[in-house]
Design a protein around this ligand. Structure first.
Ligand code: AMP
Ligand code: MG
Length: 356
């Protein structure tokens, strides 16, 4: 009860623009009950999910959703994903759900897949960034799942970072970006996957378009439908005036303060490039297994795509904490989950890629 009073006080302080400290909750049923009540009451809570941490609020409450945008400093036209406890509830918030969406949900929900569908008027335009569609996801993380059930709300939850910065994969990252801006964060440990969900739109018939790559890969989607298109914006910078199918793609994203440069090459050529170009406060981010004999200051971010996905944002944040000014990153493969890692990195690098 003391905690509940403390959180009420924090919520009041936020509403009245006073300074406060964000409370860290654990995953006990009692503390989740408090978080669920906060969500029902229109507040924003930091929540662990299997992808990255989210900033969750009642998706059907305009004011609650506005508070998410304020806390993140997120542009108003960048839509939020709505999280439900089961795909069978999608018809309460959307209409004209294609048969293929049900087939995809059958295979991949709960899990890291977001399906864009035509929204109905229970989802306000603040949530959808002004679009007539909304991304629906059914998370598998037990804490997020339980919160949706306990609160009885569809939960809008973007990644819990300040807009433009790397996504948070643990509660400490959320606190770093959000302390004093939201009343509470639930500590659910390290995110299992480390990159945000795969976002898809169902096109006519049996075809889907990947708008943002994630851990549900093109190959996995191909198992369920006959045609999978990778949107051009996933690997290429939008041209001036070009409309983004996925609004998040047009913004600077996932970027630490350091200047990131991605290098597509063998480790030998990478080493040679760093030798001839490195200045003060330069770090390299290489694969596990590359470090034998690598003579410059470095960190590693895994040997395979799944570990790279899990570690990437953590490493980018650590490099900032170390005061890195320049970071040369060894480019990951674009196969399977690698495409998601490559997509985040190319944005962190502002599309600065050196191919040797
Ligand atoms: P985040 O909330 O940080 O995980 O980012 C969600 C991203 O999903 C957005 O930036 C969009 O790129 C994409 N997205 C969400 N809703 C839609 C939608 N209705 N149509 C297209 N893309 C969407
Ligand atoms: Mg995000």
């Amino acid at each position: 009860m003391r905690l509940l009073r403390q959180i009420r006080l924090l919520s009041w302080r936020i509403r009245n623009h006073k300074r406060m400290k964000t409370v860290l909750l654990d995953c006990s049923e009692q503390q989740l009950e408090i978080a669920a009540k906060m969500i029902r009451d229109g507040f924003v809570v930091g929540i662990p999910t299997e992808t990255v941490y989210g900033l969750g609020a009642d998706a059907s409450n305009d004011e609650a959703v506005r508070a998410i945008f304020r806390a993140k400093g997120r542009p108003a036209d960048n839509p939020l994903i709505v999280h439900l406890s089961d795909f069978s509830h999608a018809s309460e918030y959307t209409h004209d759900i294609p048969e293929l969406a049900y087939r995809l949900a059958e295979r991949f929900c709960p899990g890291p897949l977001t399906i864009v569908l035509p929204k109905n008027n229970r989802i306000p335009y603040v949530t959808s960034g002004g679009l007539d569609t909304v991304g629906i996801r059914v998370p598998s993380h037990p804490v997020m799942h339980r919160l949706i059930e306990m609160s009885g709300c569809p939960i809008a939850a973007p990644s819990a970072n300040s807009s433009g910065y790397p996504s948070p994969t643990c509660a400490e990252h959320v606190l770093k970006d959000m302390n004093g801006k939201i009343p509470a964060v639930i500590n659910g440990g390290q995110s299992e996957l480390g990159v945000e969900s795969t976002v898809i739109a169902v096109e006519n018939g049996d075809s889907v378009r990947i708008l943002r790559p994630g851990c549900i890969t093109k190959e996995m989607l191909c198992d369920v439908c006959s045609n999978v298109v990778i949107d051009r914006a996933i690997l290429h910078e939008l041209e001036a005036g070009q409309k983004a199918a996925s609004p998040g793609m047009k913004y600077k994203h996932y970027s630490p303060r350091a200047d990131v440069v991605m290098i597509e090459s063998t480790i030998e050529d990478f080493t040679e490039y760093v030798r001839t170009h490195a200045g003060g406060n330069t770090y390299s981010l290489i694969f596990d297994g590359d470090e034998d004999g690598f003579p410059f200051i470095h960190m590693t971010y895994g040997a395979d795509s799944s570990s790279q996905a899990r570690l990437l944002f953590k490493r980018l944040r650590e490099l900032d904490d170390l005061g890195a000014e320049k970071v040369y990153v060894r480019a990951p493969s674009t196969e399977g989950v690698g495409l998601a890692v490559y997509n985040r990195l190319i944005r962190a690098a502002g599309f600065e890629v050196i191919r040797i």
